[in-house]
Write a protein that binds this ligand. Structure first.
Ligand code: CA
Length: 225
């Protein structure tokens, strides 16, 4: 975890300093901002991995800070609130914070929450960087590139999503209705023909033997081991 950067936004100097000291002791690089505009500027300059953000700030409040820094780039935010009911209110507003901590909090608890946020982000990143390999099929989810037997195929975004869905469940018969629901997010079965046309496109681009038709039911990915 060392080398990760945390921005602490808090106008009460003693709280800011003690939070910073604890996080530095945990191996983080820490920057401090004491008001809304300063926080947005510091986030832009230092590109933190996590932001610890007090709600009540001079300039503009933590909600506005959260909005502005998230507009620039997604960064996990741990929001500090004065009371439990303030937390409830913010959760209801869906301000885009990833976690909340009510004052007074222990520094141990705060450090644990920061570590947990970073773990969550790391997991999400490794999931998207994950390369799926099924038989001679190689799917790079980070770059959204597909190769079969080393030959790259150029898929549309929907074709790609459909292929990823198949590749996660090789040799399993997937009903068309379920594909419509899971890949397109449609509740009704009117999209069955859309599935057919996308399967046709995948066969054309990656080989006719790639997807087997199970008559009256759906499709299954059939790649050799
Ligand atoms: Ca404050």
């Amino acid at each position: 975890m060392s080398g990760r950067r945390v921005l602490v936004v808090e106008d009460e100097r003693t709280i800011a300093e003690s939070v910073a000291a604890r996080l530095r002791a945990e191996g983080f690089s820490v920057d401090i901002a004491g008001d809304g505009p300063g926080a947005v500027e510091a986030a832009r300059v230092h590109q933190p991995d996590v932001v610890v953000l007090d709600v009540m700030l001079p300039g503009f409040d933590g909600l506005e800070v959260c909005r502005r820094i998230q507009a620039d780039r997604p960064v996990p935010v741990l929001m500090l609130t004065a009371r439990d009911d303030e937390t409830d209110l913010l959760v209801g507003l869906a301000v885009g914070a990833d976690d909340y901590l009510t004052k007074p909090f222990s520094l141990r608890e705060l450090a644990a929450r920061v570590h947990a946020l970073l773990r969550r982000v790391d997991r999400a990143v490794s999931a998207t960087q994950h390369t799926l390999r099924v038989g001679d099929l190689e799917i790079n989810q980070a770059e959204r590139r597909v190769r079969r037997s080393g030959v790259e195929a150029h898929l549309t975004p929907t074709e790609f999503d459909l292929l990823v869905h198949f590749a996660g469940r090789p040799r399993t018969v997937l009903p068309r209705e379920r594909l419509v629901a899971d890949v397109w997010g449609w509740a009704d079965s009117a999209g069955a023909r859309t599935v057919d046309s996308h399967v046709k496109a995948l066969r054309r681009k990656l080989g006719a033997d790639l997807i087997r038709t199970v008559h009256g039911v759906g499709y299954a990915l059939e790649v050799g081991a």
